[in-house]
Write a protein that binds this ligand. Structure first.
Ligand SMILES: O=C(O)c1ccc(O)c(O)c1
Ligand SMILES: [Mg+2]
Length: 623
């Protein structure tokens, strides 16, 4: 097992805060970024001591820029600068300097010139008992491919001079991975890891702003690590992440994400953990709220076609069902649900997922440093294993075998349904959660490292008050989909959800209807009304898709939004927002439609924004 490390540049805070977060997350080592050191008010010895006191080692001091290929007199000055840094490294207790390839317009090319510079630097490094690693930046002026950097290191022929590999520079340039395997492992002094989303932009800006932890982006980092393993390299694997969200986020959370990413990566290259859990379905969704609000929500459930099917044996908790959907209303006066309601207002406090093997899922969660949640259970009640999810909510697990297949019988007195009408809705199609924009990559990693969920490309959706980023993650067979939403604009629906309700959580739940027109009709007959959609939308729909005017009339009449992708069709309708907190969506997928009606999202957000604000008519300006 390689030692684990992270570059201080990856996290927010001052050097002390960064190091504490890194140690708390369980890393073995750090790369000290020179800027974090320069801006810190403490001597090199103090910094070195702070690092060792935290149980960490320094695996690199970096970056040293614009070294190789300089013409005189710059060359002499560059060597003098390097010597100064070697002296500081001695004080710090850093043994490896990272030199990234020269970007200076004054630098000269030529592999032998660069090799000669490094050979001479090797002799100087020996005087200070330090080593130097050379890394090809993807935008280096003369050296921008690891194969050239390796050729320079090889020709330098000095034991103090070695190679540094960085997954980002290698994968961003599509350099082949096979040649890595023929580099001797002991000539590689450090391996840096970063992922990134696929973006069509210049590689420098991409690297400086959009790197992320492996598993959060689209690069083949696991293949890169497999190639490195073939060399016999036994040094640290070190995260080096330049990312605007990371710089703004919580250092503790991000350091934990980093460890989770490394654990998942090790499992990808050499599987040893229980596999990612397949989500078989949603067992139930639990709402925590006070009694008055619960009464209103129960009325809404009834209008949506749900029937009360059980009451908890000992708690103030009821079960509502239809098709394969179970909702739970919890109005207990103490316990987890109550504290959730106090903290966040009425809303979803827990989601229960059916998985094939709960023990294995919990074991994988523990291995990934996902905290289990335990609370006292009443006598004779079932203990349902749980973990902490988004915004302090819970994710419980049930399974189709053993006692966890019988939670309803164990904890609930069944109630005979009052109606035998056929179900209007048959399953949970997706669950949409809003969160701080900075947290989106954290929860993406959380979900996709624990569950067999796949990422769908992120979309930017226009809310009247700004852009909302929306990231779906879906199970391959469509059994469940999550949508993570976050916005940097403070007044979008998504941001206000987070700021006005003290944190992230479920903003909406979409149910699948076998026949959306029949469902909406029955719900309206039961007194429910749906979000108003402007006439302009239906006009455009007609123009865009050439739909039959009668069909458009039916969509308009039922407030249904429409999308088409090839032969696949999607129909969706929204309830009004409940208690200013959450809402429901009803969808019908036809012909294998896989999206979420993204083209309709801004229409929906504008309609919700209109409903959320008192109507004001424009007034003439006065002079
Ligand atoms: O963006 C940079 O300059 C930079 C510096 C040091 C590195 O190791 C790196 O990968 C990039
Ligand atoms: Mg690097």
């Amino acid at each position: 097992m390689n030692a684990t490390s992270i570059a201080t540049v990856s996290l927010s805070g001052d050097l002390a805060e960064k190091l504490q977060a890194i140690a708390a997350a369980g890393y073995d080592a750090v790369e000290v970024f020179e800027n974090d050191f320069l801006t810190f008010d403490g001597s090199p010895r103090d910094v070195g001591k702070m690092i060792t006191d935290l149980g960490l080692t320094i695996c690199a001091f970096q970056p040293f820029r614009d070294f190789e290929g300089m013409p005189e007199p710059l060359r002499a000055r560059t060597f003098a600068r390097a010597e100064r840094k070697f002296a500081i490294m001695n004080e710090l207790g850093a043994e490896l300097m990272l030199i990234c390839s020269n970007v200076s317009p004054q630098s000269l090319g030529g592999i032998d010139r660069a090799a000669a510079d490094f050979r001479e630097l090797g002799a100087l490094a020996a005087k200070y008992d330090v080593r130097v690693g050379f890394e090809a930046l993807a935008w280096g002026r003369h050296v921008n491919d690891y194969r050239d950097a390796w050729e320079i290191v090889r020709r330098a022929g000095h034991e103090r001079i070695g190679l540094i590999l960085d997954s980002f520079h290698t994968l961003a340039r599509h350099s082949p991975l096979e040649p890595i395997a023929s580099i001797p492992g002991d000539r590689i002094f450090l391996v840096q890891l970063a992922d990134a989303p696929k973006l069509d932009m210049d590689v420098l800006s991409w690297s400086r702003h959009f790197r992320c932890f492996p598993g959060q982006g689209d690069l083949a980092v696991a293949d890169f690590v497999k190639a490195v393993e073939q060399t016999g390299y036994s040094g640290p694997l070190s995260h080096e992440i330049f990312n605007d969200q990371f710089r703004a986020g919580s250092a503790r959370r991000l350091a934990t994400d980093g460890m989770r990413s490394l654990i998942q990566l090790a499992d990808q290259t050499k599987p040893h953990l229980p596999p990612r859990a397949d989500i078989l379905g949603v067992e139930f969704i639990e709402f925590a709220l006070d009694e008055d609000t619960a009464h209103d929500l129960a009325t809404l459930f009834s209008a949506l076609g749900f029937r009360r099917t059980g009451t908890h044996r000992s708690k103030s908790v009821t079960r509502w069902s239809q098709g394969g959907i179970n909702l739970v209303l919890n109005t207990e006066k103490d316990g987890f649900a109550q504290s959730h309601a106090i903290m966040h207002g009425p809303g979803v406090c827990a989601i229960t997922l059916r998985v094939a093997d709960v023990a294995q899922t919990m074991a994988r969660a523990r291995a990934l440093k996902i905290a289990p949640f335990e609370q006292p259970v009443g006598p004779g009640e079932m203990e349902i294993p749980a973990i902490r999810g988004v915004g302090g909510s819970l994710i419980y697990f049930t399974e189709p075998k053993g006692s966890l297949a019988h939670i309803w019988e164990a904890d609930f007195n069944p109630e005979a349904p009052t109606s035998s009408a056929p179900a209007l809705l048959d399953s949970v199609d997706h669950i949409s959660q809003s969160m701080d924009y900075e947290e989106m990559l954290s929860w993406l990693l959380f979900y996709t490292s624990l569950f067999a969920l796949e990422r769908v490309p992120q979309l930017a959706i226009a809310d009247p008050a700004g852009l909302v980023e929306s990231r779906p993650i879906v199970s391959p067979d469509g059994a469940l989909r999550f949508v993570l939403n976050g916005s940097q604009a403070t007044r979008t629906l998504s941001s206000r959800f987070v700021s006005e309700h003290f944190g992230s959580g479920v903003q909406h739940i979409a149910f699948a209807a076998p026949d959306i027109f029949a469902a909406v009709k029955a719900m309206r007959a039961a007194g429910l009304s749906f979000l108003d959609i402007p006439e302009n939308y239906y006009e455009d729909l007609e123009a865009r898709h050439g739909l039959d005017p009668d069909y458009i009339d039916a969509l308009r009449e039922h407030h249904i939004l429409y999308d088409r992708d090839g032969d696949a069709e999607f129909l969706q309708v929204y309830t009004h927002v409940f208690a200013q907190r959450f809402f429901f969506e009803i969808v019908e997928r036809r012909g294998g439609y896989v999206g979420f009606g993204a083209v309709n999202a801004s229409v929906r957000l504008a309609a919700q924004a209109r409903e959320a604000r008192p109507v004001t008519m424009p007034r003439p300006l006065r002079d």
